[in-house]
Design a binder for this molecule. Structure first.
Ligand code: SF4
Length: 499
């Protein structure tokens, strides 16, 4: 098998796991998920704007598969002293090909600039800059400074055009990159050797599969594991996982009673082994104060990488939708909702309508995560005139998630406590599978952002998207209603059962 070329992204994949590198090169996935593609789109957009910091710069437009042409074009631009910066400059050394986001002319030397759409520099970012610095050095390019440009999430957008120099933070990473360069030749040798293998290398899946990225091959690599594989046990340490492996235990249900587990892990083991839910004896006490009457609340928010409205920051969460189910003292269920117009900052109308709706209803406000509390506190900070009303709402909030997490475990939870895992398990027949288009929070956020940015504007598409958003958010609060009802039933059965 001929040696495949390494690129910056393949090198990072190889640092995470050699098996992932092999699969990416020899059995690439055809489609990326919607979350990955919206991240890629954001990254592309941020990268495009970063070029505004280097006026007069010239883009090497050749595509990734035209690398030799891109290298030649880069060399021609470097030879032209009138060109102050080169975007997507291409270099190759040995079997390693890299594209540099910005190569900035600095007298006799060059500035290597890596653009990141994240709000901080992560360790793996430094590894890919180090690889680029290594290839440039091998190619004879004198790099006199190395910077990462990342999104400055302290930047507050004013009126009009984004202030791009203020939007980006420029950080000198020369020292950090230099210290990572020493290991690169050995890493490249190992990765090239891996890529020459004519069969998939064997690597046991584990903690490394989620760091720094959730590996796209997780389902494939764990397909032969038992459904209750020990890695699903919540908060299982690497040491405990190694202990179980050493004694040949792969299934949670096979973990011996004598094996040291946390109380929560023991509950999960017992419920999985018996196939029966485990209910805490004090579940009824934990549900005290949850009503009825009860309000059930859920928010959706977007977080634009590039601020859309004056006074907002990059990646600031901007709530645009709420759903509210209310059960009155007689047990009757009502529903109210709000979905903002997409042509203005949604927060003021969101807050006004929420305050009005909740002010007319009695009882605690039940949510399923700390998310709504966080968003309400942020709104109180942004709109001081609403602070007293928001504080009154905050005083009524009760979170059902800790009650589930600490009070009950059902074998059908699938080792998770999210509302989308818990509701179908506790309420047979309840689910999200029939929803058309939007069935999870990231898709809701992306969908509204597309309307706010104008990338979705056709009236039919907008109408379909708004209907999908309303249906999804309504389903989430209905899920919280159903989970609360199921918990009440479980607590009652626990009280009257054999104990
Ligand atoms: S799932 Fe884990 S073991 Fe499999 S390729 Fe990905 S990182 Fe490697």
């Amino acid at each position: 098998m001929a040696t495949a070329q390494l690129t910056t992204s393949r090198y990072n994949a190889g640092l995470q796991c050699l098996r992932r590198l092999w699969l990416l090169v020899h059995e690439p996935q055809e489609h990326m998920g919607s979350a990955a593609s919206s991240l890629a789109a954001a990254s592309h957009e941020v990268g495009r704007h970063a070029r505004k910091l280097f006026p007069g710069g010239v883009l090497v437009a050749e595509e990734p598969w035209q690398h030799a042409e891109a290298v030649a074009r880069t060399a021609a631009l470097m030879a032209d002293a009138a060109i102050p910066a080169i975007f997507r400059a291409a270099f190759a050394y040995g079997d390693v090909c890299v594209r540099v986001d910005v190569l900035e002319r600095r007298g006799a030397g060059w500035g290597l600039r890596r653009v990141k759409s994240s709000a901080r520099i992560k360790d793996h970012d430094l590894h890919d800059v180090a690889l680029q610095a290594h290839v440039l050095a091998q190619a004879g390019v004198i790099v006199s400074s190395t910077e990462v440009l990342h999104v400055n999430n302290a930047y507050v957008h004013g009126v009009g055009e984004v202030d791009w120099p203020a939007y980006f933070a420029r950080v000198d990473v020369g020292g950090a990159v230099e210290s990572r360069r020493a290991g690169i030749p050995a890493q490249l040798l190992e990765m090239h050797a891996c890529l020459r293998l004519d069969s998939l290398p064997s690597v046991e899946p584990g903690g490394h599969c989620r760091k720094p990225h959730r590996c796209e091959f997780w389902e494939r690599c764990t397909a032969d594991k038992p459904a209750d594989w020990v890695r699903h046990l919540p908060h299982l340490s690497a040491a405990r996982a190694a202990d179980l492996k050493a004694v040949g235990v792969e299934a949670i249900s096979a973990i011996p009673a004598t094996f040291p587990l946390t109380p929560k892990q023991a509950i999960v083991r017992d419920a999985t082994a018996s196939g029966q839910p485990c209910v805490s004896p004090d579940l009824a006490r934990r549900l005290h104060g949850f009503g009825p009457p009860t309000c059930y609340l859920d928010f959706e928010a977007m977080a634009p990488p590039i601020p859309l409205y004056a006074g907002t920051r990059p990646y600031q969460a901007l709530p645009f939708q709420w759903s509210l189910h209310a059960v009155d003292a007689s047990g009757t269920l009502h529903h109210r909702e709000f979905l903002a117009a997409s042509d203005e900052d949604p927060r003021r109308r969101f807050t006004e309508t929420l305050i009005a709706a909740l002010g007319a209803l009695a009882g605690p406000i039940v949510v399923y995560s700390p998310y709504e509390r966080t968003q309400l506190k942020a709104l109180a900070g942004s709109f001081p005139e609403f602070r007293p009303a928001i504080e009154a709402i905050l005083a009524r909030l009760l979170d059902l998630l800790p009650v589930v997490r600490d009070g009950v475990y059902h074998p059908r939870f699938g080792f998770a406590n999210s509302i989308k895992s818990v509701a179908p398990a506790l309420c047979p027949g309840f689910g999200y599978g029939d929803l058309d288009g939007i069935a999870e929070g990231a898709a809701a956020s992306t969908g509204f952002l597309q309307m706010a940015m104008g990338t979705v504007s056709h009236p039919e598409q907008v109408a379909r998207l708004r209907a999908a958003l309303l249906a999804y958010c309504q389903r989430d609060t209905l899920a919280t209603v159903e989970v609360h009802r199921a918990l009440v039933r479980l607590a009652a059965n626990r009280a009257t059962g054999p104990g």
